[in-house]
Design a protein around this ligand. Structure first.
Ligand SMILES: Nc1ncnc2c1ncn2[C@@H]1O[C@H](COP(=O)(O)OP(=O)(O)OP(=O)(O)O)[C@@H](O)[C@H]1O
Length: 371
């Protein structure tokens, strides 16, 4: 396996991490290509930060091997790895000004003053803070402090930049602006970013490739569009966006039965007769006249969301459909709902542990989709 990994800047092979008798990471495999934006996405406590700490060298793996640029680094101390971290709380030195914060690492290495100045000015320009050199840290906004933290991390020209929920202290508007900036910065630097978040929208918007985690394991990995359109199970579907999830039965290849009817569907490979679940995203349902769609339903609630209306509509079998539509609809309206076959995605139900292991094996490889 190893000889094919020379293009990867980070590789984790069968990495587990235990604290006492608690297994925090379970056999994690990751292969991260040079120069891409990767996101580890999952709820609090699933082990995202632990993966960053292992890559950075802040903690040791209980089992498995970690490679950086094709070199085994399990025994290499943090300060000798070409990796920098931007922490959630920025960890800036409050008594130093912007320049000294960014220069700190280079000064410790004993680099010549003129060189440090050039590098720091360049890093500050990358994060659009030229002219802020003399500012005390406390005289900066949250967003500016965030940029200083990024400048301090990139000034060392690391091969890999780890970012642990770097936007959590920012308000929504600034967060969105920083998402765009960080993505642009990553593209211009061309270094590998490993970004940790529990915010699915952030992950979808920024990443080349997403790893979805649950309780110390990677349950799915893929392009943002794959993760959104083809979640492998209910956990991923519910974690990534809103969804309608219905119990269903496979009738044949490309045919699935739910809500009392048989539908063409875009997924196959599951034997006829098997119980599955289907996921349908709220924006994929079209509101029509009653009788014109695949199911009729009575509108229960309408929430105005600005660019669309969010409806709950109840069908004859008491299923409560979530619908995002630009149609004008009122509570108590009787409507039809239509679904295209490509918008019905089948998910395996009650998967055995062995089947799960076999499936995540193929999902734990990062990089281009081979589709
Ligand atoms: N030093 C430690 N000793 C014992 N348990 C730890 C230690 N560090 C982390 N853990 C536990 O490991 C689990 C995973 O923690 P981790 O910080 O990796 O999660 P996370 O997905 O990054 O969550 P969050 O989004 O809340 O930071 C948690 O249950 C945490 O309590």
């Amino acid at each position: 396996m190893r000889e094919n990994l020379s293009n990867y800047s980070v590789v984790l092979e069968g990495v587990s991490k235990n604290y006492g008798d608690q297994q925090i990471l379970k056999q994690v495999d990751l292969q991260l290509e040079q120069g891409k934006f990767y996101t580890l996405l999952g709820p609090s406590g699933c082990g995202k930060t632990t993966i960053l700490n292992l890559i950075a060298g802040f903690t040791e793996a209980s089992e498995g091997v970690i490679y950086l640029n094709n070199q085994r680094v399990n025994e290499v101390p943090a300060n000798q790895r070409q990796v920098n971290t931007v922490f959630q709380n920025y960890s800036l030195f409050p008594h130093l000004n912007v320049y000294d914060n960014v220069a700190f690492g280079l000064a410790i290495q004993g680099r010549p003053k003129a060189e440090i100045q050039k590098e720091v000015d360049q890093a500050l320009a990358m994060v659009e803070l030229s002219g802020f050199q003399k500012r005390p840290i406390e005289a900066l906004s949250g967003g500016q402090q965030q940029r200083v933290a990024i400048a301090r991390a990139i000034v060392n020209k690391p091969d890999v930049l780890l970012l642990d929920e770097p936007f959590s202290a920012l308000d929504m508007k600034l967060r969105k602006a920083m998402q765009v900036e960080l993505r642009e910065l990553q593209q211009s630097l061309g270094i590998t970013f490993v970004f940790v978040t529990h915010d699915q929208e952030e992950a979808l918007a920024m990443s080349d490739w997403i790893f979805v985690m649950e309780a110390g394991r990677i349950v799915q990995s893929g392009l943002p569009t794959d993760i959104y359109d083809e979640p492998v199970n209910r956990y991923v579907a519910e974690f990534i966006g809103e969804s309608n999830i219905l119990p269903a039965t496979m009738v044949a290849d490309y045919e699935v039965n739910f809500a009392g009817q048989t539908f063409a569907c875009s997924d196959a490979g599951i034997p006829a007769g098997e119980s599955v679940e289907v996921v349908i995203r709220p924006e994929d349902l079209q509101v029509t006249e009653p009788g014109q769609g695949v199911v009729d339903a009575t509108v229960e609630t309408v929430l105005f969301r600005g660019v669309f209306n969010e409806l709950i509509a109840v069908d004859a079998q008491d299923y409560r459909w979530k619908v995002h539509t630009t149609a004008r609809v009122e509570p108590e309206d009787f409507i039809g709902l239509n679904i295209g076959p490509h918008d019905i995605h089948v998910m395996r139900f009650n998967e055995s542990e062995e089947a799960f292991d076999a499936r995540i094996e193929q999902y734990s490889v990062g990089g281009e989709s081979d589709e």
